[in-house]
Design a protein around this ligand. Sequence first.
Ligand code: BEZ
Ligand code: FE
Length: 290
Amino acid sequence: MRNVTTDNITETFVSYFGEDTDPRILEIMRSLAKHLHEFAKETELTHEEWNKGLEFLRWAGRITDDKRDEFVLLSDVLGLSSLVDMVHSSPEATSSSVLGPFHISNAPPRDKGADLGAGYEGEIILVEGVIKDTQGQPIAGATIDIWQTAPNGLYSSQDPDQDIYSFHALFTSDENGRYGFTTVRPVSYTVPTDGPVGDILKATGRHPWRPSHLHYIVKADGYRDLVTEVFPDDDPYLDQDTVFGVRSDLVMTYIKQSAESFPDTGYELSGKVNEPYSKVDFDIVLVKAH
Ligand code: BEZ
Ligand code: FE
């Protein structure tokens, strides 16, 4: 094209593609270019603003390493991570929610009833539920990968004072599809704000808080993996999660219980709980893989 204009640049861009371009790559690149070009035209983006955007990306690149990914955080605060989740969430299954950057592979396998909160102060929560299919049939042998912040609001990978696997565990559902464990109630916390993403939050008058949550990855043979979270219904940030992760079926009431009602057997803490605790029931529905 010898005369590229604001009107033909998007189709010109696509016309330069090779004939054997993979059709999905073509679809994605055409749509990306269309919206990017439209964005520049609609906002009449100035050179200065465009340069600021490039500097933003350079900073994000500099700050990203194997412990911190500023690009994932950018996708999270823009709502893109959650949109990708929602577009692929099955209406029959438990909603999926953001993975976030703090998952650690190879969490230690723990038996049903284990306690994740050993040595930490805070309210004990007893979390139980059933992993089931869309017909309500229990799924035995599902793996449930759990991770959360310590009561100081930090994940183990952010906190040199924690063991790397602290507040991480891998459970397996029993023959009735049940899982259960105790832990210390996680707290609301802020996403990192000392990088370029923090500047976006500041520039748009947004706070960096996420409501308290427990992260789950649930996997079972023949079913789609589910990445999700559970939130308490009394958290002040439920309606303004900075990464848009809240779905109503993931919000549970943490029901206060007396110490005496704690199960006598089946839990690592059985016989050791002397204070009121909270009970969280969170069942999870998986859909068949296709
Ligand atoms: C998290 O829940 O761990 C998280 C999610 C998105 C951005 C930062 C943290
Ligand atoms: Fe989190």
